[in-house]
Ligand binder design. Structure first.
Ligand code: HEC
Ligand code: HEC
Ligand code: HEC
Length: 330
């Protein structure tokens, strides 16, 4: 059952090949064919002129229908659209959606506070800081529960969509979305070689939301960061203000792209897959058993009959992922 999740992941990535030779994992040399382009900010201006963060919706949106991609991806939505569907039957009375945004998380015991809640646990801002590193962006990271862009909400400390819990006082304080920016769907995470996930995580956890995608470009040399902030590197662009060919290596997602959030990737069909449940660097695998592998269960070193052995003590199955999986894969 646990490996089935892995198989589903591989199938979505279009990598469901039965032989997991290293060639399957190799990077598609797509960048050789991908046209060069300008990097644009949220207003559609070249970042070389504005010095502002990259907007994926604008940059990639010149040629790809980014709005469509975001609106048809559960990775972006994460349950946001359920808020506008009153007819939905949810698993628990206190769930607000079927996705990570609004569904109670029994592993962390954290709860996204409803807008009319007297007792606030997680506001949208705090939810984003807590989980942002593990979500691709877009959906609830840019848009309020009623569909308004977060940056256009009237700011008030009373509203959990425009406030955060001040860690010093424990009181709700107003959050300025216009100043922080929002986390757009980060195409870079899934479609480039070696995105800088550590830098992206830091930007999100410090509430520097608008710079998150730019931060994931730090490994490419297109942009640098000092204490003063981010600076676009002019030499990475040509005389037309377009990124030089190969500076951003665009490809179909590799296993590594998906494993950033989904846990252990096992591509070697010869060596039996063995999991270390105590490895917290792969929390998704440690807590839910999710892996990406094309190896058959009976060829792995995992005996599904003794799954209990590598379950965290005190945590009962069924795991949090399997229900969403059923909902989204249908
Ligand atoms: C100037 C137009 C343009 C821009 C801007 C652009 N693309 Fe593309 N993209 C294309 C074209 C044209 C193709 C098809 C190339 C081909 O068939 O080889 C393509 C192909 C792709 C592919 C498929 C690659 C593959 O291996 O088949 C991906 C993924 C992709 N683009 C992602 C992006 C992302 C992410 C961005 C923003 C960072 C972006 N593109 C910006 C024009 C563009
Ligand atoms: C969570 C990972 C993820 C994110 C984020 C993501 N994509 Fe994709 N994208 C995929 C997968 C998986 C495919 C299917 C690839 C395949 O068929 O091999 C895909 C396919 C594509 C394709 C078609 C490629 C082809 O070969 O025809 C384009 C173009 C594309 N994405 C652009 C984007 C853009 C632009 C963004 C940002 C707005 C984006 N994607 C965000 C995972 C992602
Ligand atoms: C930035 C983090 C991130 C990346 C990168 C990512 N995912 Fe996800 N993925 C998520 C989150 C978050 C969910 C929703 C989990 C939930 O609601 O409990 C999810 C859900 C899924 C699901 C639905 C099943 C499930 O586990 O809930 C599939 C299938 C999936 N992802 C496949 C992929 C594939 C294939 C890739 C690589 C192209 C990929 N993901 C890359 C974060 C990511």
């Amino acid at each position: 059952m646990l490996l089935v999740v892995g198989v589903a992941l591989v199938a979505v990535a279009g990598m469901g090949s039965a032989s997991a030779s290293p060639a399957v994992q190799a990077t598609t040399p797509a960048q050789a064919f991908h046209p060069t382009f300008r990097v644009l900010d949220a207003d559609g201006k070249n970042v070389l002129e504005s010095g502002l963060p990259m907007s994926t919706m604008q940059t990639c949106g010149v040629c790809h229908d980014t709005e469509y991609i975001e609106q048809h991806s559960f990775h972006a939505d994460l349950g946001l659209s359920d808020f506008s569907d009153a007819s939905l039957e949810l698993a628990r009375p206190w769930d607000q959606s079927r996705g990570m945004f609004g569904k109670w998380d029994p592993l962390t015991y954290r709860y996204l506070s409803p807008t009319d809640s007297d007792q606030i646990d997680l506001t949208t801002v705090d939810w984003l800081k807590l989980y942002g590193a593990r979500i691709p962006g877009g959906g609830p990271a840019t848009t309020a529960r009623d569909g308004t862009p977060l940056t256009e909400l009237a700011a008030s400390a009373e509203n959990p969509e425009t406030s955060f819990v001040d860690p010093v006082t424990g009181e709700l304080a107003v959050w300025d979305w216009k100043k922080s920016g929002t986390v757009e769907m980060d195409c870079v995470l899934c479609h480039t070689v070696m995105p800088d996930t550590a830098a992206r995580t830091e930007a999100i956890q410090t509430g520097d939301f608008g710079w998150a995608t730019t931060a994931s470009l730090l490994t490419t040399g297109i942009v640098t960061k000092t204490d003063a902030g981010y600076t676009w590197v002019e030499s990475a662009f040509d005389e037309n203000g377009e990124l030089k060919s190969g500076m951003l290596q665009i490809q179909d997602p590799s296993n590594e792209n998906c494993s950033q959030c989904h846990g252990v990737v096992h591509t070697d069909a010869q060596t039996p897959l063995l999991l270390d449940a105590c490895d917290q660097s792969m929390p998704q695998t440690a807590t839910t058993g999710q892996v990406i592998a094309s190896q058959k269960i009976n060829e792995s070193a995992i005996n599904p009959g003794i799954r209990a052995v590598w379950r965290a003590p005190g945590i009962s199955m069924p795991n949090a992922v399997s229900s969403v999986q059923t909902a989204t894969m249908r």
